[in-house]
Write a protein that binds this ligand. Structure first.
Ligand SMILES: Nc1nc2c(c(=O)[nH]1)N[C@H]1C(S)=C(S)[C@@H](COP(=O)(O)O)O[C@H]1N2
Ligand SMILES: [Mo]
Length: 221
């Protein structure tokens, strides 16, 4: 883990926002039950053109030479990549739609980065590997299945629309896992842990769904 003085946290944890989102989960807000639809826009979502910023309220700034991306746990060859290591890996460009559980969706985001599948090829998960737990520099955690993380459309993104990803959107590097609600795409990611037993993250233990498929309206659970 980074030393404390390698990371600057700006802002204040939004206790009210966290409390309000937990209340949404308790009350089942936004649920339409319209889960058979196969439009481009998932049920209950509204299209936006701008790109909202959503996080716990603390946006970490990591000294570039202290930044690390670790892939560890149930893997044969754990990775601890510096930023130059990461940028030297094979690069991919992808375009996809993002869907936030607070009901906004944004189409046609152009990303550049490294495929999750490529990192997994390097690290080689063991036979027992089933789940992934992410930890970010702001302390945020979230979890997905290894199968979902290993899909070709999943990116460790460092650029958006041809520009380095801004700090507020998770730069230098965030996960983009477009088929799940966007809370499953951690900003400022630093640790990717491969597990045999699932480990629910920040929102998953506060009333949010463990899987989070927008097409099935898996908002709460
Ligand atoms: N590290 C970190 N990643 C995070 C969050 C966070 O609070 N911290 N919030 C999640 C949520 S709830 C959403 S909707 C998206 C928002 O990403 P954006 O601010 O780039 O739109 O980031 C996700 N990843
Ligand atoms: Mo979110």
């Amino acid at each position: 883990m980074a030393e404390e003085d390698d990371v600057t946290l700006t802002g204040k944890v939004k206790d009210k926002l966290i409390e309000a989102k937990q209340a949404w989960a308790r009350d089942g807000r936004l649920l339409t039950g319209d889960v058979g639809a196969r439009d481009r826009l998932p049920p209950g979502q509204t299209l936006v053109k701008d790109w909202p910023v959503l996080d716990l309220g603390v946006q970490p700034e990591v000294k570039p030479d202290k930044w690390r991306l670790r892939l560890e746990g149930l893997v044969a060859a754990p990775l601890a990549l510096t930023l130059p290591d990461f940028m030297a890996l094979p690069q991919t460009e992808l375009v996809n739609d993002i869907h936030c559980v607070t009901a906004w969706s944004r189409y046609d985001n152009h990303w550049q980065g490294v495929r999750a599948a490529h990192l997994l090829e390097l690290a080689r998960p063991t036979q027992a590997a089933r789940f992934v737990s992410f930890t970010s520099y702001d302390g945020y955690t979230t979890n997905v299945s290894l199968a979902d993380f290993a899909e070709q459309e999943v990116l460790l993104a460092h650029s958006w629309e041809g520009q380095p990803l801004s700090r507020q959107h998770g730069g230098p590097v965030r996960v983009v896992l477009p088929k799940l609600y966007f809370w499953k795409s951690p900003k400022w990611v630093t640790r990717i842990e491969i597990l045999g037993v699932d480990r629910p993250g920040f929102w998953e233990v506060r009333g949010y769904h463990n899987n989070g498929d927008p097409w099935a309206e898996e908002r709460y659970g």
